[in-house]
Design a protein around this ligand. Structure first.
Ligand SMILES: Cc1cc2nc3c(=O)[nH]c(=O)nc-3n(C[C@H](O)[C@H](O)[C@H](O)COP(=O)(O)OP(=O)(O)OC[C@H]3O[C@@H](n4cnc5c(N)ncnc54)[C@H](O)[C@@H]3O)c2cc1C
Length: 446
């Protein structure tokens, strides 16, 4: 292990007494879906009741469309209730990478959309009076190596010049005012990012879609979608576990849980597990020491850690500990790995109990970009790559506006949507262990 990585292995007791469940869900009452039978026909059928689907349903219903959302499980069951609640500026890929691929003009639009997406989340929360602890607390990225820190100055300069957005460098000597850990080489702060309780937010989005008149059918899986035109009709016929329904338009909002129901889209999405632990509530003084400004924090590795305090002062600590999606096995293994990681960052938490551990599935596309548009006549928005709280809300609303006849205001409309190299992927991510090993090696050498 290289010294620069500073991954000091600290012997940590095995976790024996934690609740393998999602902390956020203990803070919320999810709204119940629509109890009635399916209508015969809707203007728009939406698959998936997470941020994307519910934001779209809210927008469409407010514009007078008849909307039916189908959800295999319950409102917010997917990544939308399981995430870190970090509402971040920018995208997974940095501005320079984006500019190299798509040109600076397109990059500026994408960056502006990332800022607008946070404004939209704030606006919806205000309009719908969603009680979800939204706060513009800012985010802090911390450098795991000197070479990572050295890239920050250039990023700050490029983002200020090209995107008219200001970030701030924090030298190692000053990092104590941002984080109670001495393992990092410096940081970069963006004051515009925000934090929220994602389960309360998705519950609020669900309530607002229902209040606007959308149907939300829970425990209803879309099994098959047929083009009605092939039988002389128009639009689509959805065959669901609860019966059949026709719709003029279909919006696929299934993210990392996209399945064989939409095989063409499934082949373009890699479902990757991400896991989180939450400690018992910490004393106020300790919580303040760990995160004096209550930021949303993540590090500079590929196999990154992200962490924050919850409103009741728990340390919530997440990462891609196992690459495969959540099962009781991957959650248990990840909880151990994450606890070790947490103690490496914060030795102060060595004797603190971990009370919760859970996982969820991220949707990565092969180019690590969000994609929103039309495929096979159906609309979709996917590929948030761990940056979906704001962007899923935004693209859900933007595609909804497009469906209801508005302008196409989607900065990803012209981004080519690649499939797997050589077409070697049928939706089963057999290569994840290799990808996991690859990124670990990359973290060693880069
Ligand atoms: C552990 C974790 C931490 C994360 N942290 C952050 C973070 O801090 N900040 C950030 O910006 N992003 C984060 N993300 C990403 C973010 O949560 C997602 O990008 C976002 O929630 C995606 O929302 P969605 O509505 O598109 O999908 P989801 O919320 O995943 O919803 C998709 C839904 O589709 C349903 N579905 C699937 N197939 C069907 C079908 N055939 N019929 C009916 N329903 C179906 C599923 O049941 C599911 O409920 C994180 C994700 C995870 C897993």
């Amino acid at each position: 292990m290289t010294k620069s990585l500073r991954l000091r292995r600290i012997a940590a007791p095995v976790i024996t007494n934690f609740n393998p469940s999602n902390y956020w869900l203990d803070t919320v009452q999810m709204p119940a879906g629509t109890p009635s039978e399916l209508p015969e026909r809707a203007d728009v059928a939406i698959m998936g009741a997470g941020f994307t689907g519910l934001s779209a349903a809210r927008t469409l219903a407010k514009r007078g469309a008849k909307v039916a959302v189908f959800e295999t499980n319950t409102i917010g069951w997917g990544a939308s209730s399981r995430n870190g609640g970090m509402v971040l500026t920018g995208m997974k890929l940095g501005v320079e990478t984006l500019a190299g691929r798509y040109g600076m003009d397109a990059t500026r639009l994408m960056y502006a959309a990332s800022l607008a997406s946070i404004d939209l989340v704030e606006q919806i929360i205000g309009e719908e009076k969603i009680d979800c602890n939204f706060s513009r607390c800012g985010h802090l990225e911390v450098a795991c190596k000197q070479s990572h820190f050295d890239t920050y100055a250039r990023s700050v300069e490029v983002i200020a010049r090209e995107c008219n957005h200001q970030l701030r460098i924090v030298e190692k000597n000053d990092l104590g005012s941002e984080i109670g850990s001495d393992i990092y080489y410096g940081g970069m702060v963006d004051e515009v990012s925000a934090g929220l309780n994602p389960a309360r937010y998705v519950a609020g989005l669900g309530r607002s879609a229902l209040n606007a008149g959308a149907y939300v059918f829970e425990n209803t899986r879309v099994e098959r979608i047929e083009h009605a035109s092939r039988k002389g009709g128009s639009g689509f016929q959805l065959i669901t576990s609860r019966g059949q329904m026709c719709a003029t338009d279909v919006f696929i909002a299934t993210s990392g849980y996209t399945s064989k129901t939409t095989p063409a889209l499934q082949k373009k999405i890699i479902p990757i597990g991400s896991f989180i632990i939450a400690t018992e509530p910490l004393p106020e003084a300790l919580a303040h020491e760990l995160s004096p400004r209550n930021r949303m924090i993540y590090d500079s590795k590929h196999y990154l850690y992200y962490f924050r305090l919850t409103p009741d002062n728990r340390m919530l600590f997440g990462g891609r500990a196992a690459f495969f999606p959540e099962t009781s096995n991957t959650i248990r293994r990840s909880a151990e790995i994450l606890r070790r990681g947490m103690i490496t960052v914060y030795p102060q938490l060595r004797d603190v109990k971990v009370q919760y551990a859970w996982g969820g599935t991220l949707d990565f596309c092969f180019d690590t970009m969000p994609h929103a548009g039309r495929m096979d006549g159906m609309y979709y928005a996917v590929g948030y790559a761990g940056h979906g709280v704001a962007m899923a809300t935004y693209l859900g609303a933007k595609i909804a506006e497009q469906i209801s006849g508005g302008l196409e205001e989607n900065p990803y409309a012209n981004v080519a949507f690649p499939g797997a190299p050589l077409g070697l992927y049928n939706g089963h991510p057999w290569f994840l262990p290799f990808a996991g090993a690859y990124y670990k090696i990359l973290d060693w050498i880069s």
